[in-house]
Design a protein around this ligand. Structure first.
Ligand code: IRN
Ligand code: FE2
Length: 627
């Protein structure tokens, strides 16, 4: 069978390792537990280890065949717990979804089937009536390998264990964080267990997704970001969706949600889950709606329940479920500027109104919990009533739903089902803090996961920026995961470049929050980069950045020569007016003359002023003069 060339070439492009980087591992307490990190080799001999979400894709030593899927990370851990069984799932029957499409040519269908069946795994579930959630283990005092993995990953240091043992005191929580977070200096497996047990963090890791590299979402951990991908009826192919996944995690997406609608939903998801080292989330109501031909009123609990099971068998790690949107809340949106903007929310509102009945997601919530705990799928309780404009922010509809999500959290926790809470949306800056306050008040510290929020509504084409501002603020306030927004938000489907722009904007927001929250190790990357910048180690400056390619390209634009990559100036100020260069000269001057730095500064400035006047007194140096 011919592999589509376009895909192969795209994928090899994305597998390019980062410059001056290689994948290394932090070994854990057992031989099959090691956490990958990206080591950046600096020109001064130092190495900086970075948290890495890209899985094996950036490791040229690993052979990857997307038609077979990634190797297992945690298959043995799941098996040795002895509490699951494999069974004949629904995966096979669902393969034909969308097969009736007239426009599908036979060869293509055969190819898809062949690909999908190679990828299919026999599903597992908890042995009858059992519970296999990380929360269930945590609450019984069990530290799972997944929890240890998370601890190693959050610390990001090889020597953490030695450091921990040498000074156990330091592992205690640090007080005094301005936003009330309590991140310990050293994150231990026991700390992770405790956070999961009390519901303050989740580890989304379906037992049918053994390929996942475990990660945690919680406010005492690094702030995470989610990228949405997904085909719609008209646009992309399955291969392109896998490519988008690989591309998204390359730039740092911690989680990816597959929001596919239209044809081949099931098969697309098989490809994505089997090839994903990051947790995958979905909104199952989208597929359920496809099954009833797009007519919301025709949805039933049974169709929805079967869809949950089908996706749980495939290995989806968390489900957005809009169960807090209740019939009595719908009228609260009547006078809104922008009504109901959530896709899932509007589907459920339509169903409730058509039948004048309470939402089946709400009435069957405990039945849903039973499915979640049999596979360890986490709840992402949807915000169907989030505001779609600044004008609607923090209104009664939004908060009535939020309070209901709090109620549902307690029901989920009764079943030991891991839960996070989705939040807005569009919220002006001065109203952001109260969103976090209300969430903490009503949702019992379950992790908050927000979409932005967009701080203003006048930036179509730039909503990744409008929303990253809000995301940084709410991340600092304690939100655990930020759902990215791309420049195409409100306008169209994001392409490859939009996905990257959205992710980088959100990495900025998340990292800004980590630095402000004092997450151990967050600032060290900033420090390493600043040092490189001050010492004119250009390559190191590029390579430590979030996007080395763009940094290098921008520098090349004005100073293309290789020699300028070691030059002690840049094209902004030119060789004579570089503030950093001057500071270094002042320091040298002070050392040489044995005078204090501020005295040297004024003497040095005087000299510089003479030099400046002698040079013609021009503020801007023509590019030619410096290249
Ligand atoms: C995140 C926070 N609030 C909403 N989200 C994301 O929006 C959610 O995780 C999913 O990716 C998408 C669901 O959109 P609808 O169906 O609520 O519009
Ligand atoms: Fe919006």
């Amino acid at each position: 069978m011919n592999a589509p060339d376009k895909f192969t070439s795209l994928l090899s492009l994305t597998r390019e390792p980062f410059p001056a980087s290689h994948k290394c591992v932090i070994p854990g307490s057992r031989p099959d537990l090691f956490v990958p990190v990206r080591d950046v080799q600096l020109t001064n001999g130092e190495t900086v280890s970075l948290y890495d979400t890209s899985g094996p894709y950036t490791d040229p030593k690993v052979e990857i065949d997307v038609r077979r899927g990634l190797p297992d990370v945690r298959g043995a851990w799941i098996a040795e717990r002895g509490d699951t069984e494999s069974y004949e799932g629904r995966v096979h029957h669902a393969l034909d979804d969308g097969a009736k499409n007239e426009d599908r040519d036979a060869q293509r269908l055969a190819e898809l089937r062949a690909g999908a069946s190679a990828l299919q795994r026999t599903p597992r579930r908890a042995k009858s009536g059992g519970n296999v959630t990380q929360m269930h283990y945590a609450r019984r005092g069990i530290v799972t390998p997944e929890m240890e993995y998370v601890a190693l990953r959050e610390n990001g240091k090889r020597e953490w264990m030695a450091e921990y043992l040498a000074n156990e005191e330091r592992a205690k929580r640090v007080a005094g964080n301005p936003m009330g977070a309590s991140i310990p200096r050293i994150i231990t497996p026991e700390f992770v267990r405790d956070e999961v047990a009390r519901g303050r963090a989740i580890i989304p890791a379906n037992i049918n997704h053994p390929e996942v590299e475990p990660m945690a979402i919680g406010r005492n951990f690094k702030v995470k970001i989610n990228a949405n991908i997904g085909n719609s009826a008209v646009t992309s192919s399955i291969e392109e969706e896998v490519e988008k996944l690989v591309w998204a995690i390359r730039w740092g997406a911690d989680n990816v949600m597959d929001l596919s609608t239209g044809k081949n939903i099931h098969t697309t998801r098989d490809w994505i889950v089997r090839n994903s080292p990051v947790p995958i989330g979905t909104v199952p109501i989208y597929q359920a709606l496809e099954k009833v031909g797009g007519v919301a009123e025709d949805l039933t609990w049974e169709i929805y329940r079967d869809t949950l099971i089908e996706q749980a068998e495939q290995g989806v790690d968390y489900f957005t479920i809009h169960a807090g949107l209740r019939l009595p809340f719908i009228h609260l949106t009547a006078n809104r500027m922008t009504g109901i903007v959530s896709r899932g929310g509007s589907i459920m509102a339509k169903w409730c109104i058509a039948h004048h009945k309470e939402s089946f997601l709400y009435t069957h919530f405990e039945d849903i919990c039973d499915i979640m705990k049999a596979y360890d799928v986490s709840f992402s309780l949807g915000d169907g009533l989030r505001p779609g404009s600044g004008a609607d922010a923090n209104d009664e509809a939004q908060f009535a739903e939020l309070r209901t999500l709090g109620e549902l959290t307690q029901i989920a926790w009764k079943h030991d089902v891991q839960t996070m809470i989705e939040g807005p949306g569009h919220v002006p800056m001065h109203m952001i803090q109260s969103n976090m306050d209300e969430q903490l008040r009503h949702c019992h510290e379950a992790p908050f996961y927000t979409l932005g929020p967009l701080t203003i509504d006048i930036a179509p084409g730039y909503d990744h920026i409008a929303s990253a501002i809000g995301a940084a603020m709410i991340g600092w306030a304690g939100t655990a995961m930020l759902c990215y927004v791309t420049p195409k938000e409100h306008l169209g489907l994001p392409d490859r470049d939009d996905v990257k722009q959205g992710i980088i904007a959100y990495k900025i927001a998340a990292h800004a929050a980590d630095v402000a929250k004092g997450h151990p190790g967050a600032r060290s990357r900033d420090d390493a980069l600043s040092k490189a910048r001050f010492e004119f180690r250009w390559q190191d400056q590029f390579n430590l950045g979030l996007d080395p390619d763009t940094a290098r390209e921008f520098h090349d634009e004005t100073l293309p020569k290789d020699s300028s990559k070691v030059a002690h100036f840049c094209s902004m100020c030119g060789p004579k007016f570089c503030s950093m260069k001057i500071t270094q000269e002042v320091r040298e001057y002070a050392a040489k003359k044995g005078v204090a730095e501020d005295q040297a500064m004024s003497e040095g400035m005087e000299e510089k002023s003479k030099e400046f006047m002698a040079g013609g007194g021009e503020m801007y140096i023509p590019i030619k003069a410096v290249s």
